[in-house]
Write a protein that binds this ligand. Sequence first.
Ligand code: 7PM
Length: 288
Amino acid sequence: MGATIAIGQARALLCASRALDLARPRVMGIVNVTADSFSDGGRFVDPARALAHARRLLDDGADIVDVGGESTRPGAEPVGEAEELDRVLPLVEALARDGALVSVDTTKPGVMRAAVAAGAAMINDVRALQAPGALEAAAASQAAVCLMHMRGEPRTMQQGPHYADVVGEVRAFLSVRARACEAAGIARERIVVDPGFGFGKTVEHNFALLRGLAAIVALGYPVLVGWSRKSSLGAVTGRGVHDRLAASLAAALACVARGAAIVRVHDVRETVDALKVWGAAGPPGGGG
Ligand code: 7PM
């Protein structure tokens, strides 16, 4: 009675040996192990500090922690595989030992394989497994995969991105990549898609994608969104990167209202509170 049936929406995501129930929205906490992460100011290059930060996010109610050692910010330079492994593996191992659901944010098949062996249960790839060998590395695991849309390359993607129909093009890309995963043997219950806010998109493109998010949700895969602290929120509010909490919460709720299943955020504690109130409010028009 009063249950909202979202047609075509998955109710659980298979992540290696466990299933993440998606009956309610889930929170992925961001753990950057990079020297140049735009919003952490490089505070978490030290692995011990990164581990403490990740554990706090879990304490704050993160359902997933996303560990990344290669900065994908616009203009960023690539990081070598050995360096990325050094940054990421000790964290993945320690957090998996704690029993956390660990995601690895990488585009490199070698890092995917090593991270999965160290206990990562999700692969978050901003290149949607398009690097040579990445699809095979993911398929050889039982990890969940997050396929993100990006237009262009991180170094140059914000230089005049153009779309005739941003929602249609992002949706078509995600559909093609998800089908490629399924053809490679990745069960559809393991697949998540992500429109990639800020990745080769203007402010207008990002808001068009938000308004049209239902079309991405309608693909039938759980949708993950990452809008936390990003510059489009600064464009709307005029706030700097460290003053975008309220904007990030509003963006997360706007996405969840349109069917997003997982929100990737820096501010886990506040997002969990916002989602609790959101959940308690029930669907709009639900009456008393
Ligand atoms: C500039 C833009 C600086 C983006 C930093 C970022 C996403 C992600 C990132 C996302 C998924 C950040 C990012 N963003 N993975 N990795 N979705 N799946 O905010 O939106 O950390 S990097």
